[in-house]
Ligand binder design. Structure first.
Ligand code: AP5
Length: 247
């Protein structure tokens, strides 16, 4: 019965979509597995580069910020717990985020590895991630450090607009949508994040320097950190990422 309904569902999928998926899977089968972490302050470009890396290497993109915002919007118990800290630009508790990442990494789309965007953000989270991966007999391959001066970030953060359901991110000056306020792909409206204000950015940066920078040292001791020049234009940052990942 289940197999029958699956077959029927496949029959309903347009041929062009099936072919695209088939070609994607063929391309992915030749790609090496990769487990990557993207670390950097708010607005450093992690969310901009992640979809490109994801497509190049057939990885899943796990962004704890996006997952938490979805939980807040859906008013789930997790979202209710996370909302207050997020609105203030503080970190939510380690146990909450480790739980959602542990669960998310089990998805079939993570079979060839993952991009962790915005996680781990504390040394405790990094240690817990190591424990989870050790049980699976795998480890983090590379940590991409989006190094950038704080002074550049205010303009990036206050000019950002996002498409909430896909996570696509735009910028009024650096990456404008084709039509202002509208997502290029779906035509749906773009929104500004509640924490993308000058005042909340200050707390987010403070949390980054105090709690997340030690995570970079944690991975530097393992010799797996690659430093990027995140102040460069998006395409130049993409080239740096591709160079690091192909070496
Ligand atoms: P999260 O959603 O992870 O936010 P963040 O780390 O502050 O990062 P951003 O999404 O703001 O920046 P980004 O680096 O992705 O920049 P983007 O590419 O969009 O976290 C939000 C909150 O959730 C946290 O404050 C915390 O409360 C909670 N949370 C999340 N994870 C947690 C965890 N692990 N533990 C505890 N709490 C957690 O770029 C920004 C803008 O600049 C865009 O408009 C873009 O178009 C533009 N841009 C990008 N690159 C360039 C470039 N090279 N040149 C010019 N413009 C560019």
């Amino acid at each position: 019965m289940a197999a029958n309904s699956a077959a029927l569902a496949l029959e309903d999928v347009p041929s062009v979509d099936l072919m695209t998926e088939l070609l994607r899977r063929m391309k992915c089968s030749s790609k090496p597995d990769k487990r990557l972490i993207l670390i950097g302050p708010p607005g450093s470009g992690k969310g901009t580069q992640s979809p490109i890396i994801k497509d190049d290497y057939c990885l899943c993109h796990l962004a704890t910020g996006d997952m938490l915002r979805a939980a807040v919007a859906a008013k789930t118990p997790l979202g209710v717990k996370a909302k207050e800290a997020m609105d203030k630009g503080e970190l939510v508790s380690d146990d909450l985020v480790v739980g959602i990442i542990d669960e998310a990494m089990k998805k079939p789309s993570c079979q060839k590895g993952f991009i962790l965007d915005g996680f781990p953000r504390t040394v405790v989270q990094a240690q817990k991630l190591d424990e989870v991966l050790e049980k699976q007999g795998v480890r983090v391959d590379k940590v991409l450090n989006f190094a950038i001066d704080d002074a550049i970030l205010e303009e990036r953060i206050t000019g950002r607009w996002i498409h909430p359901s896909s996570g696509r991110s735009y910028h009024t000056k650096f990456a404008p949508p084709k039509t202002p306020g509208v997502d290029d792909v779906t035509g749906e409206p773009l929104i500004q994040r509640k924490d993308d204000t000058v005042a909340v950015l200050k707390s987010r940066l403070e949390a980054f320097h105090r709690q997340t920078e030690p995570v970079i040292d944690y991975y530097a001791k393992k010799g797996i950190v690659a430093n990027l020049h995140a102040e460069k234009a998006p395409k130049e940052v993409t080239s740096e990422v591709q160079k690091v990942l192909s070496s």
